[in-house]
Design a protein around this ligand. Sequence first.
Ligand code: SF4
Length: 238
Amino acid sequence: MTGRIHSIQSLGTVDGPGIRFVAFLQGCNLRCGCCHNPDTWDCGGGTEITAEELAKKAVRYREYFGEDGGVTLSGGEPLLQAAFAREFFERCHAEGLNTCLDTSGSVWNPDVESLLDVTDRVLLDIKYTDDALYREHAGCPMDRPMEFLAYLNEKKIPVTLRQVIIPTLNDHADNVRALKAIADAHPCVDKTELLPFRKICQVKYDKMNLPFAFGHLPEPSRETMQELEKILRSPENA
Ligand code: SF4
């Protein structure tokens, strides 16, 4: 089976545990205002590759993965190519490689369900803790990632929750408390990460002649990130 990929990072360290082979799949159903990768949006772009070829590439790096590492599918939105992703993960499992899926959790169909059968960890991007913000700045209702998370919990698939902290939208204590409450209500979540909004991607938007929706917003300060981290880790908010 063939899929469309945007790019490959042979040895990544930020998309899942340990050192990982990361493939960024082409195509996304959302349009997040903070998106770093507008060049992955177009479902018809990227390069075609078979799941077999992609797995062969990943296997070449296996000696670097150690105990914790493995492969990650990111994007774009990998759930849009769930059947391709499933075959890739199956082939990786056959080689004994750990599989990780980096997703917004906003797509659901039988292929997605089948993909999750061969997924060892999900990195789930919870963009906001408010439905109106979700609809306005990501392009989907909050129910979708929440239903996705409920399914992961039911299947006991380990989850890392991630959220990009964006000044004026979600850089406040109540949002982080709500995120923590979501994590606490789902025992499958064993890690929560807050990531600072960054504007380095402005150049990509300029090159593509596209407006960067959040180009006018500042990046969060280190102090804000530290304060929010403190709230997230505080047992008082348990
Ligand atoms: S889901 Fe990811 S790739 Fe898609 S628009 Fe949002 S941030 Fe960008």
